[in-house]
Design a protein around this ligand. Structure first.
Ligand SMILES: NC(=O)c1ccc[n+]([C@@H]2O[C@H](COP(=O)([O-])OP(=O)(O)OC[C@H]3O[C@@H](n4cnc5c(N)ncnc54)[C@H](O)[C@@H]3O)[C@@H](O)[C@H]2O)c1
Length: 465
């Protein structure tokens, strides 16, 4: 028995090392993983960081690890007062050069440079940094975040913050033990219509919102399959080994905030279903030819994954993922309430009682959105649009993060939000591989969701008067 287990272990490791050599072996191992039980609850070891505040940091000193996507965050920091960009870390010289250029354009001095594979550790160990901004490929999110917090730094990490439930727990436990901020940079929560609908929801316009839908529908076939796309083709590599929804947070984050997930309600369980895959193989055929290794590979990631989440208050959320089909960009952002309905894609629309059969006419819609524009958008929206980054939502997010740190305020997205939205990655794969069986979603807040207050509509006028 032991010999057999040893043999299987060796075959699997061999298969993984060879990459394409052992697809069947991999399929077996993932099917096995799907039936292994997820540890949905643990005993708290540290102190809650729900509503956590650190002492105000008048000058926020930041380091940036990974400056492709991270270039945008660095540019946002460089264009905000009360910040210092201390260090940049990336493996590619042209990325470092672009980052230094952005600093120069913003009238900032050059930052210290790190270019080694493990130099992010040296960056985290510096004693002149308050926060690490981590925009590296997915597999590096957790190791860097954990190390940063253990070195006493706050950390903000790109989406998803983690890929596995175990890693989600590790982030929560480390944030609670070290008492550091651990934020996921879910920029879609700061898009203007999302913020406006949050404001409308808080003011009761939709009544009780009992269903929400979000998605990440983005044709990434070219980026995934071009050799000069992602660093070492990390997104394609993930698609070779996994199915389910690896990128749930753009769609889920905004509706989860509006629906008070972790703040009065919590996701109890989910069920998930994936289609087979066509997109990568067909596109690889176009790029590399029929019969090429890229076209022949048995990618595991289904083209469309749909995940239904059920909350303890009896509400539901649908999250959809598709990055391999020829389709227009879409995050859905649908809210269904007892008094009204909103949807963002393909066109922003709202319908309200007493005329729910018709969407508001264009003029009425504009007036309503104007009336309910979120104070944060009113305050920083124009500057955000000018600096850019997905139409302004990126700058709004970074500006607000800096503002909270400078003023010792809790962050809008805490570690519990980041992991609750990200754990869908592993759980959707488990459900998908197990005939869409229902899977428990852990309560990462250890019950704090029952007393935590919903994220309020920040009143910037009051804050600044
Ligand atoms: N929120 C958004 O809208 C958004 C948009 C794009 C990407 N992202 C996220 O940002 C992250 C990065 O995506 P990307 O598109 O920039 O990927 P990318 O592959 O284009 O860039 C990754 C960068 O990380 C660097 N890197 C890799 N290993 C490193 C290491 N050991 N040390 C330092 N640097 C290292 C690479 O050199 C590269 O410059 C991903 O998590 C992705 O999901 C989010």
């Amino acid at each position: 028995m032991n010999n057999r287990r040893e043999f299987l272990k060796k075959s699997l490791l061999g298969g993984l090392a060879l990459g394409t050599g052992s697809v069947a072996g991999m399929a077996q191992s993932y099917a096995g993983a799907a039936t292994k039980k997820v540890q949905s609850q643990r005993a708290r070891k540290g102190k809650s960081v729900m509503g956590f505040r650190c002492a105000p940091i008048p000058e926020v000193r930041a380091a940036f690890i990974g400056v492709a996507r991270g270039w945008g965050h660095l540019t946002s920091f460089a264009n905000t007062d009360g910040t210092k960009i201390v260090a940049i870390c990336d493996l590619r010289p042209e990325r470092i050069e672009n980052a230094q250029k952005a600093l120069k354009n913003a009238g900032r001095p050059e930052a210290a440079v790190y270019t080694g594979e493990e130099d992010w550790k040296k960056v985290c160990e510096r004693d002149d940094i308050d926060i690490i901004i981590n925009s590296t490929p997915w597999e590096l999110h957790v190791p860097i975040a954990l190390y940063a917090m253990k070195c006493g730094k706050h950390v903000a990490t790109e989406v998803p913050i983690a890929l596995s439930v175990n890693d989600c727990w590790a982030l929560v436990e480390t944030a609670e033990k070290t008492q550091r901020h651990c934020m996921m940079l879910e920029n879609c929560c700061y898009d203007f219509f999302e913020l406006a609908t949050l404001n409308m929801a808080r003011k009761g316009l939709f009544g009780e919102i009992f269903h929400g839908e979000g998605a990440y529908l983005h044709d990434l076939r070219d980026l995934k399959l071009q050799k000069e796309g992602y660093h070492k083709m990390w997104r394609l590599e993930y698609s070779k080994k996994h199915t389910g929804d690896p990128y749930p947070t753009h769609g889920l984050g905004p509706i989860a905030q509006i629906m008070n997930i972790n703040r009065g309600d919590r996701i109890d369980y989910l069920t998930s279903m994936s289609t087979k895959q066509y997109g990568l193989s067909l596109y690889a055929e176009k790029l590399y030819g029929a019969g090429s290794p890229e076209a022949e590979f048995a990618y595991k990631m289904g083209d469309i994954t749909q995940t239904l989440l059920h909350t303890v208050n009896g509400h539901s959320l649908l999250v959809v993922h598709d990055t391999s089909s020829p389709l227009p960009y879409d995050r859905i952002h649908k809210l269904v309430g007892t008094k009204g309905y909103a949807i963002k894609y393909p066109e922003e629309k709202i319908a309200l009682e007493p005329h729910p059969h018709n969407f508001l006419k264009s003029e009425d819609f504009k007036t309503l959105v104007e009336q309910y524009q979120h104070p944060l958008t009113k305050f920083i929206g124009e500057k955000a649009k000018a600096i850019g980054g997905h139409g302004g939502m990126d700058y709004t997010m970074i500006w607000r993060l800096i503002y909270c740190l400078q003023n010792g305020l809790p962050l809008d997205q805490d570690v519990y939000d980041g992991v609750t939205w990200s754990c869908i990655t592993e759980l959707s794969e488990r459900s998908t591989l197990n005939r869409s069986a229902s899977v428990d979603v852990p309560d990462f807040t250890y019950g704090d969701w029952k007393t935590a207050k919903p994220w309020p509509v920040i009143d910037m006028d009051t804050v600044f008067s």
